[in-house]
Design a protein around this ligand. Structure first.
Ligand code: NAP
Ligand code: G3H
Length: 471
């Protein structure tokens, strides 16, 4: 079985303690990662702290050049990285490859944007302080703890690691357990890219066992976390840093306001709901529309769901097994609850272990759990509401506020509704989605705190340092 070792202070850790990573497709062991204990975790933070000042004092262009060597290695190892990703999270090979391509673009964009983090130069003149000139530069915060979720082990890891490092921070990175083979490979490639020792440390092990040891370490200056609401809020309460960016769950609604382009609307809804088997924070997780529109939309949705291919990620099927049996049981529970409360199952509701057939559920009412809870799987509830005010109310009543979609040919109507939707972003006539990665990306309410995106991550991982010249 292939071993993937943690990396601390530029060296592989060989403690002979392992955590097996299960392949969700066939339950085989995809590999094993180091199961770290407290002493090593402390060492990771100490080495991040020790190396930080020298790394920050390294010229920006030199930092970019070192990180660019790393980027080249990511490109050279693209096929292996994609295969490993598929083996540990059951994302189709083609989607794993496109996650890598997209991230390479993000890295390149980040390098360019980092060069434009110019200082602010201000005079105090407007405040009656004519003799003052302030120069406010963005400087590194120090040691950044980056914690990523299972569903985008490459993109959501590097979207934190690269902006942190390029701006002169050092990083301790905790990948999700499912995703830690890819995470450990990032550590290995950082050694091959000759990163200065200590600037990038990969700590692996189960979050529930070592999470507190990691998040409560006193060396942390900033935490960037992506994952579930419960773990994110727990870290916010208990973690050692008040400086925290959280990207959490969602229940993105698609509001269909007219029947002008139902073919295009239905395509977007199905892509949005069932991409990577619904395991995207930004997946469309409920459709809200009127009875009249639903009667025409539903047959198109059924038709498209019936065309989705189901099976192995190695064969690039659309619907692949969800991450584990626990997750599959949870998703099935939501469907069972809806059935008990008289929802109409239109497709799917078939389960082969953790492979869930894409399930459309019509006539979902507000008493059903599936109207409110995030399934993180291939099921899509349709809520029929005839009053537009009520549609907006239901969209906004959610505990989540990540994204929403509005489908409507009349742009004025679409904009009027969009302005009233309480989410980080509203997409008009498209599925909800994070990308392009240069856009600000944020969730409100329980969906998060702070903003990601290329420029926003550079900002959140730096602070102002002012020098005031009195003359
Ligand atoms: P998760 O269970 O919350 O895990 C996220 C990360 O936290 C993993 O690295 C996990 O490690 C770690 N962790 C677990 N317990 C911890 C603890 N006590 N202390 C510190 N870290 C701990 O989430 P997930 O299942 O990987 O991802 C799915 C969730 O993420 C969904 O809710 C989805 O909506 C959300 N998500 C949000 C965004 C966004 O941008 N808004 C993007 C992607 C995903 P282990 O794996 O070892 O437990
Ligand atoms: O799971 C959360 C990801 O950030 C979603 O990204 O909308 O581009 O698939 P995406």
């Amino acid at each position: 079985m292939k071993e993937y070792k943690a990396v601390i202070n530029g060296e592989f850790i060989d403690n002979n303690e392992w955590l097996e990573i299960i392949n969700p497709t066939d339950n085989s062991i995809a590999g094993k990662v180091t199961a770290l204990k407290g002493k090593d975790i402390n060492n990771a933070f100490e080495s991040a702290r020790k190396s930080q000042e020298a790394w920050e004092n390294t010229h920006l262009l030199k930092r970019i050049s070192i990180l660019n060597n790393f980027k080249k290695l990511l490109i050279q190892n693209k096929n292996n990285l994609a295969e490993v990703m598929t083996s540990e999270i059951a994302k189709s090979l083609k989607d794993s490859l496109s996650e890598i391509d997209r991230t390479i673009e993000l890295i390149e964009y980040t390098f360019e944007e980092a060069k434009r983090m110019d200082p602010l130069a201000l005079t105090g003149e407007g405040m009656g302080a004519k003799n003052k000139l302030g120069i406010f530069s963005r400087v590194a915060k120090g040691v950044v703890l980056a914690i990523s979720p299972f569903n985008y082990p490459f993109n959501l890891a590097l979207a934190k690691i690269i902006p942190a490092l390029v701006m002169g921070n050092t990083v301790v990175f905790k990948p999700a357990t499912a995703g830690s083979l890819v995470g450990s490979l990032l550590g290995k490639l950082s050694i091959e890219a000759n990163f200065p020792k200590g600037i990038f440390n990969v700590v692996t092990g189960r979050g529930r066992e070592i999470g507190d040891l990691i998040t409560m370490n006193k060396e942390i200056d900033m935490i960037s976390f992506t994952g579930s609401v419960s773990i994110g809020n727990n870290i916010k309460e208990k973690g050692s840093s008040k400086d925290i960016v959280l990207e959490l769950g969602g229940k993105d609604p698609a509001l269909v306001l007219d029947d002008n382009n139902l073919e295009s609307y239905s395509k977007n809804i199905i892509d949005g709901a069932f991409g990577y088997s619904g395991q995207r924070c930004t997946a469309i997780k409920r459709v809200i529309t009127t009875n009249k529109i639903a009667d025409k939309l539903v047959p198109l949705l059924i038709d498209k769901v019936n065309k989705l291919t189901i099976g192995s990620p190695y064969e690039n099927k659309d619907i692949t097994p969800v991450i584990d049996q626990k997750s599959a049981d949870f998703i099935k529970g939501l469907v069972e609850d809806a059935k008990l409360k008289k929802a109409t199952i239109l497709t799917g509701d078939k389960y082969i272990k953790n492979l869930i057939y894409p399930t459309l559920i019509d006539n979902v009412t507000l008493e059903m759990r599936v109207a409110w809870e995030e399934p993180f799987g291939p099921i899509l509830p349709i809520i029929r509401i005839d009053n537009i005010e009520e549609m907006i109310r239901v969209a906004n009543e959610s505990e989540f506020g990540l994204q929403a979609s509005i489908f409507c040919a009349d742009i004025n109507n679409a904009l009027q509704v969009a302005k009233r939707i309480k989410t980080g972003t509203v997409n008009i006539n498209s599925k909800s989605q994070r990308g392009p990665d240069c856009f600000p990306f944020l969730g409100i309410k329980n969906s998060g705190q702070g903003v990601q995106g290329v420029r926003e991550s550079l900002l959140s991982m730096t602070r102002y340092h002012g020098i005031v010249i009195n003359y």
